[in-house]
Design a binder for this molecule. Structure first.
Ligand code: SAH
Length: 501
């Protein structure tokens, strides 16, 4: 089982950088054990102009069959010859994908200590797989790789060269090319990791629930918008329908959230709450008489409420690009900070903002970013002191709010919950906001103070919390503050107190 990766270079960017990016030195062949046999990495060619790395997996078909048996229902091993004579040692398949991820795991994740600046840079690439089992033929191979920027040459392998009339086998010789400037090595490896087994369509191992996570992680940044997403998820998850459905739902959420991000970027350039205040930016200093942006005032109000509640372990639900997580990290009182968002893109930006890969060990231990949807209960979120939902609820359809309510107040149940949302009454005060318009293209609703209070009081009542309301920003005598915040506190066991509040 065999695959090569080739790149070309220039004097400033020698092709042999490939060795650093793959964490495998071009000078010597290296061997790594995998569950299915040894994997060798060697470089048939390594010059500044051109460098090729080859991954060769020596599959032990007997071990493979025995392994399969060991995991099965038991009983005597079937020693039928057919089982030992299979195509696995020769054909690229899910085994090769597993070897790829085992041998090139850092490169796949886009980590490189030696050349950190090169990791994010695209490079010209050619990938060759001489024998790829492709159910669906050359046509499907193209449909899978071309939308990702690859030029595909898939040559069907004849069943037997001596007898052309027998037609072609289900194998293709695959050559993938991408010019400079399009893909990073990490992206290319993640494409292969997912799409090789999809083409093989015969997973060699039992597909368990964590395969959905693996798929979404490897598919980050390209799978949600892939036109063949359905085939990819279905085949990758070995046609297990419940897993396929789960993956597709999560991808749908990623798509929605990414649309949010685009809106945010667009709106940042046009009308925002901040730009409605002339001259205001994030760093504005109130002492110079410049208005403090509303986003900053929200964070200040949240920090004050968390401090008043004595919270140390805090969830930031719908953390977006991590501004609040960053503010919490600066305050040593917060010992554990978890940012959660459904959008992988937001989390990637958050991780960049927080420089997660460069934090010292102490700081790194305090912070975590998780992908998850607030529309589902999630056991990872239980047992925290406080949860913050800063400008998040209005991004969900009203019909989904009960699901969020249950996930946060019913299941995660932190002692304190802070929810902020725009006060729609204040919109008339934004000079640049046209009458009747919402503040953000993706807001599904914006509530009056009364509407927010009714919702919050009902939530508190249903889940045994008390609730208080805090204005954020200048509290206009007529229309109220621009942002409204509800502070929920878990009621003591004594239910009389709940009623009284
Ligand atoms: N709290 C941040 C971001 C607010 S924007 C801030 O104040 O700057 C709303 C965020 O909620 C987006 O990042 C969006 O991806 C996230 N979001 C929307 N629906 C979600 C859901 N169902 N589960 C988790 N996050 C969601």
């Amino acid at each position: 089982m065999f695959l090569t990766i080739t790149t070309t270079g220039t004097p400033e960017r020698p092709a042999t950088d490939l060795g650093f990016l793959l964490h495998k030195h071009p000078d010597s062949a290296q061997t790594y054990p995998t569950s299915y046999g040894p994997a060798h990495v060697l470089y048939p060619e390594a010059s500044a102009e051109r460098c090729t790395a080859a991954l060769l997996l020596e599959v032990d078909p007997v071990a493979l069959v025995r392994r399969g048996k060991g995991k099965g229902r038991g009983g005597a091993p079937d020693a039928a010859l057919a089982q030992y004579v299979n195509d696995r040692p020769y054909a690229a398949s899910s085994l090769l994908a597993v070897a790829l991820s085992a041998v090139f795991s850092s490169a796949m994740r886009g980590v490189c200590r030696a050349l950190p600046e090169r990791v994010g840079q695209p490079l010209p690439l050619r990938i060759e797989v001489p024998a790829l089992p492709a159910r669906g033929g050359a046509e499907l191979v193209r449909a899978l790789f071309e939308p990702l920027g690859w030029t595909v040459t898939a040559t069907p392998v004849p069943l037997d060269e001596r007898f052309p009339e027998w037609g072609t086998s289900r194998y293709v010789g695959l050559v993938l090319d991408v010019p400079d400037g399009k893909l990073t090595l990490g992206e290319a490896l993640r494409h292969l990791y997912v799409l090789l087994p999809v083409l093989d369509d015969a997973k060699h191992y039992w597909v368990s629930a964590d395969e959905v996570d693996k798929l979404l992680r490897a598919g980050e940044g390209w799978l949600a918008d892939h036109p063949e997403q359905q085939v990819i998820t279905m085949r990758y998850l070995a046609r297990r329908h419940s897993l396929t459905r789960q993956a597709q739902e999560r991808l749908e959420l990623v798509r929605l959230a990414d649309a949010d991000d685009t809106d945010i970027a667009e709106i940042d350039n046009a009308v925002t709450e901040e730009s409605a205040d002339p001259g205001a930016d994030e760093g504005a200093d109130a002492s110079e008489g410049r208005p403090v942006p509303l986003a900053v005032r929200r964070r200040e109000a949240i920090l004050a409420a968390l401090t008043a509640a004595g919270a140390a372990r805090v969830l930031d639900l719908g953390c977006g690009q991590g501004q609040l997580v960053q503010a919490l990290l600066k305050d040593a009182r917060f010992t554990e900070i978890v940012g959660v968002d459904v959008s992988m893109r937001a989390l990637t930006l958050a991780s960049r903002r927080l420089k997660l890969d460069r934090l010292g060990e102490r700081q790194a231990q305090r912070v975590q970013l998780l992908q998850g949807s607030l529309a589902y209960t999630d056991s990872r979120l239980k047992g925290y002191d406080a949860a913050v939902l800063c400008e998040v609820i209005e991004h969900l359809d009203v019909e989904r709010l009960p699901a969020l309510e249950y996930a946060v107040f019913g299941s995660a149940r932190p002692r304190t919950v802070l929810v902020t949302t725009p006060n729609v009454e204040y919109n008339v005060r934004w000079e640049t906001l046209a009458a009747g318009h919402r503040r953000h293209g993706d807001h599904r609703f914006e509530w009056t103070r009364e509407e927010f209070r009714i919702w919050a009081r009902q939530v508190a009542e249903r889940h045994a919390y008390t609730v208080e309301f805090v204005p954020v920003g200048d509290d206009d005598p007529e229309v109220g503050p621009p942002t409204q915040m509800a502070v929920f506190t878990q009621a003591e066991k004594n239910t009389k107190e709940v009623r009284a509040a």
